[in-house]
Design a protein around this ligand. Structure first.
Ligand code: ADP
Ligand code: ZN
Length: 731
């Protein structure tokens, strides 16, 4: 007989304890495999953490332990799904992020290997319906809208049905213009989009950076290099070094969507690499994951969760754009990829390289203190200066044809269009208008699930909640007073597109935001068009700010720099500075010089002033004075506890009780309990407490303690308690 100690798939703290099942001796099981076990009225997935061999019979066992042992229903894996290193990491995360061990395992593993029932259904190949053109048809009788559809299908060599308007497609099919076929989607995501950049001879600064990383005795290096200084080339050659040394490498980039070009460059240089990111199907992820596990590849590139790639013998982990908030997971376990990278690097005696033009203040402060080794690239690889940035005061220079375009920007756009040079425009908001209100009664459209304003989207004539993706059709009637006249306040990319199309009819414009890139390879297709075809303007959200290396872009325009500056968050200046530096860095990367225009109603703001002069160090020192005064990170660690409950009063009472308990610790500075900006989520009220302290370990220990102490009360009050270690959300 074997006794199996397992963790079950439900990730709640009250069930975060091993359960025991039995199986016969001849069943092949190993620690680290998944099993199906009976639990309550159903079979659920569990993960084996311990196996005990015994000579006793089931009856004797039941007697000895005074338990009614149940048999496991089925063994799901022949070999362990995790090695020891990653299992130890999961145990570390359990303590560090105050959450059940099973949810750490679920985070580390890709969908089809997750110890969770939801993963098991996903192991099948995905078949998708694809719309293709019928050969030899004559389109003369089609309407413009139908021709546009045909063109889209033609341009993309067929489009998946789910990405097209259903009605019109069926009409086209009925008349024999298109066919619908089934296609298995296991294709390699980036295959068709390889670009060719030859290996460069490193300049002196770059060579120094490579040598320093290899030779330093510190685990972590911070590479601070201005945009276009050739950080990527440094990454490439470092990876090459460690591979030659028979080691492996992980390269993390912010959500892949933001930096497709970086991936292309790695793919081209190393051929056999694994790519892991969010928009792959479960099957595609599994294929990539198996390649890594079977040691068929030495380089893994991916978004945040690729930090868990099951590579052995890791030599280096690189985080490109290390300041990106996408490296932090919002939901439990609320890990930061940087911290996981450092933890794993220490196990392998490997290096971590953090790269950025505008490092996060947390990393920069550690660099200045000498905890991380600082390395600088101060010049652009092409030896040009960084582009001049002009701040345009919208109060004085707004044009008379649109409140969104100033005369200086108008002049530059026209100049570029005349000279056949390319333009990037940034508006960090998608949709048409972020708030819509009734002109008569002032009613504003809000999401029923989260109480946040819904954005109006002209395509589809609907409202979308950018937080929970809830969608509602706009019926052009105020639900409160029946009025039919509305104010479309603020502006998203769709509104800017309309303005540009109206005022510059000669321009060919591409819009890149979440709404235009949600088809397979969407980003790549848009960027390929911008590179190869006669498009003049790439307009988009922060997607256009990062990682793009187009040599013929000579104008970058920021439509409105105030959006991000006015966010109620102590990091908003840091984010804005980073975003402006990033987007400005897209200009003048080739032989021709570039120009940047930033439109604002706050031209005097130090963040804009310093960003326009590329003065990161001065900005860092200035903003750090404010951080110090307020004891904000990096002068303290800040974490949060959120209580969620359908009933507001129960959430408030529990939050109050936790707050009282926290008062026992003199090292803590407390804020709250309060209703945050997002005070309702999935019908649940959220009450939040913020804890600031210089002592990170104390926060972690006290949170673990609270997790145990209040478990019973939380259960009785039907509340859940969520811990966010090193939170990014003040509100
Ligand atoms: P960053 O990542 O710092 O913004 P990139 O790595 O994209 O910079 O490099 C900017 C440009 O300079 C790229 O077109 C790259 O090919 C080129 N480049 C990088 N290093 C060198 C070098 N040593 N010699 C010549 N060109 C280089
Ligand atoms: Zn919502």
């Amino acid at each position: 007989m074997k006794i199996l100690k397992v963790l079950i798939e439900y990730s709640v703290s009250s069930l975060n304890t091993p359960f025991s099942y039995v199986c016969e001796d001849d069943v092949n099981v190993k620690v680290g495999c998944r099993v199906y076990v009976p639990f309550g009225h159903q079979n659920i997935v569990a993960y084996i953490i311990e196996i005990e061999q015994t000579n006793l019979s089931l009856t004797e066992l039941n007697q000895r332990d005074n338990i009614d042992y149940k048999y496991v229903y089925k063994v799901l894996d022949e070999e362990p799904i995790l090695d020891e290193e990653l299992f130890n990491l999961a145990k570390h995360m359990e303590k560090e992020y105050v959450c059940p061990l099973i949810s750490c395992l679920q985070t580390i593993l890709p969908p089809s290997y997750k110890p969770a029932s939801s993963g098991l259904n996903k192991i099948t190949y995905k078949k998708l319906k694809k719309v293709i053109l019928n050969e030899n048809t004559n389109y003369t009788s089609l309407k413009t809208k139908q021709l546009e559809l045909i063109q889209k299908i033609k341009d993309n060599d067929g489009v998946f049905l789910k990405d097209l308007p259903q009605g019109p497609v069926q009409t086209l099919k009925k008349h024999g213009y298109v066919d619908i076929i089934e296609e298995e989607v296991i294709e390699d995501y980036f295959e068709d989009y390889v670009i060719h950049t030859s290996k460069k001879k490193l300049n002196e600064e770059q060579q120094n950076a490579v040598d320093t990383v290899i030779n330093t005795d510190k685990t972590v290096c911070l590479l601070q290099g201005v945009t276009g200084s050739g950080k990527t080339e440094v990454y490439l050659q470092l990876v090459e070094h460690y591979i030659k040394n028979n080691q492996t490498a992980i390269v993390l980039v912010p959500e892949i969507s933001l930096t497709p070009m970086v991936i292309q460059r790695f793919k081209e240089r190393f051929k056999d690499i694994a790519v892991l990111h969010g928009s792959l199907s479960a099957k595609e992820k599994q294929i990539q994951y198996d390649k890594i596990k079977n040691q068929e590849v030495k380089v893994v590139i991916g978004a945040r969760s690729a930090v868990f790639a099951p590579l052995k013998n890791i030599g280096i982990i690189i985080l490109d754009e290390e300041q990106s908030t996408s490296y932090k997971q919002d939901k439990s376990p609320t890990y930061h990829a940087r911290d996981i990278a450092i933890y794993r690097a220490k196990v392998f005696n490997a290096k971590v390289l953090l790269g950025s033009a505008t490092p996060s203040f947390e990393s920069k402060a550690r660099g200045v203190k000498g905890v991380y080794k600082m390395v600088y690239l101060r010049r652009r690889a092409n030896n040009h200066d960084l582009p001049p940035v002009e701040i345009v005061n919208m109060r004085e220079h707004v044009s008379d044809f649109s409140p969104l375009i100033s005369y200086p920007l108008d002049y530059e756009i026209k100049r570029c269009l005349d000279n056949k040079e390319k333009i990037i425009l940034l508006q960090n908001r998608r949709g048409y208008s972020p708030y819509v209100s009734c002109r008569k009664c002032g009613y504003t459209f809000k999401c029923a699930h989260c109480e946040l304003s819904m954005s109006y989207h002209k395509n589809g004539d609907k409202f979308k909640c950018h937080y929970c993706n809830n969608e509602v059709k706009f019926n052009h009637k105020c639900p409160k007073c029946d009025n039919e006249d509305f104010l479309f306040m603020g502006s998203g990319t769709q509104k800017i597109e309309e303005v540009i199309e109206r005022n510059y009819p000669q321009a060919k414009i591409l819009r890149m935001d979440n709404d235009t890139t949600n088809i397979k390879n969407g980003h790549f297709k848009i960027l390929e068009k911008f590179r190869n075809e006669d498009y003049n303007i790439l307009l988009g959200t922060q997607m256009v700010a990062k990682g793009l290396d187009f040599h013929d872009v000579t104008l970058v325009g920021v439509i409105n720099a105030d959006n991000s500056l006015s966010a109620a968050d102590f990091r908003s200046a840091e984010y804005t500075f980073g975003l402006l530096s990033q987007v400005a860095g897209r200009a003048g990367r080739g032989e021709k010089k570039g120009n940047v225009i930033v439109q604002t109603y706050n031209p005097e703001h130090y963040t804009l002033q310093m960003a326009s002069r590329h003065e990161y160090e001065l900005f860092y020192q200035t903003d750090m004075i404010f951080r110090n005064k307020m004891k904000y990170p990096p002068f303290s660690y800040m974490s949060s506890i959120t209580v969620l409950c359908v009933k507001a009063d129960q959430a408030c009472i529990l939050a109050d009780n936790i707050f009282e308990h926290l008062k026992n610790y003199k090292d803590f500075e407390l804020l709250g309990p309060a209703l945050p900006y997002l005070f309702k989520e999935n019908e649940k009220i959220r009450v939040k407490i913020l804890v600031k302290s210089k002592n990170h370990n104390l926060i972690r220990d006290v949170f673990n303690d609270i997790n145990k102490k209040f478990a019973k009360e939380a259960k009785e009050r039907k509340c859940s308690v969520v811990f966010d270690i090193d939170t990014y959300h003040l509100l």
